[in-house]
Design a binder for this molecule. Sequence first.
Ligand SMILES: [Zn+2]
Length: 351
Amino acid sequence: MKSLIKNAYIVSPDIEIRNGAVLIENGTIAAVFMEGETVPAADHVFDAAGKMVVPGFIDIHVHGRSGCDFCDGTPEAVVTIADDKLKDGVTSFLGTTLTVGEPQLNVALQCAADYMKSPTGAKIAGIHLEGPFINPKCLGAQNPAFVKLPDIEMVKRLNAVYPIKKVSYAIEVEGALPFTRELLAMGITPSCVHTAASYADYEKASQLGLRNLSHFCNQMTPLHHRDIGMVGAGFLHDEAFIELICDKLHICPEMIKLVFKVKHADRIQLITDAMRAAGMPDGTYDLGGMNVTVEGNAARLENGALAGSTLLYYDGLKNILEITGRPLSELIKSTSWNQAQALAHLSHSKI
Ligand SMILES: [Zn+2]
């Protein structure tokens, strides 16, 4: 089966082709053609009429969409999220969990495994465990009732239900360093967040191989001139990968500008961190057993803290394009390439 997309404005890392064509054979990109090149015959021909064709987005940190949360633990919730993420241009994502109890996580992961037997929308490339191994002083919108110390046996049990690709936790809590070592040995990406860690704590974890910071700037130690904290570590360490929520609320436009000025484009991973209100009207929603009120683009707990986002993936890309003024062929690295490289690396080798 051959499909051809013609008259396309093709944008990929370091590539921009006007009036190009993409040939897809049996679900895989077989060739890309420049303007004027002879294109082969195909079973299906789509005329993009000059519209943009970009690699499918990969959202490695998303909790929900369209009224559903990944932790709802129902087949309907998973299908709704996956189908509607695809409408946003997201072709795969990491089902991201909240700080809830293990039985609930178990059910959610089982739903992901069942969905992937015959996916109807975006693919679930694995699981991102956010919590429950976080610092109780840096909860954000995570439920304190379920916070616990790092527990590798729990990760192993869940990993047997559906593959875990990333765990986000606090590196300064008791047992976090051996936990980091164990995650790396399992081929799982350790990532720091919901943390009060000092820069010295980062250095210790970094020496073990930790390279990732989840929702950079949010729920982590800020940059201070006597201890540069996790934000300083993300800036100072070129090798560090950082997730960014670019809804202009979690991080102000000037910080987004600064991040793209300091960090290399191949170390930035755009995420939505969206909760169930994404794609829904204003109102009150549940987030891991807590009430969240959504007004405009802001989802907040009763205490005013931001509680995930309502961002749709392509709006994040539009925001960084508008804020940074950088070429799309550079920014597009942060929407798929970097995430794909990280996930492919995981599936082929241990870090
Ligand atoms: Zn979080």
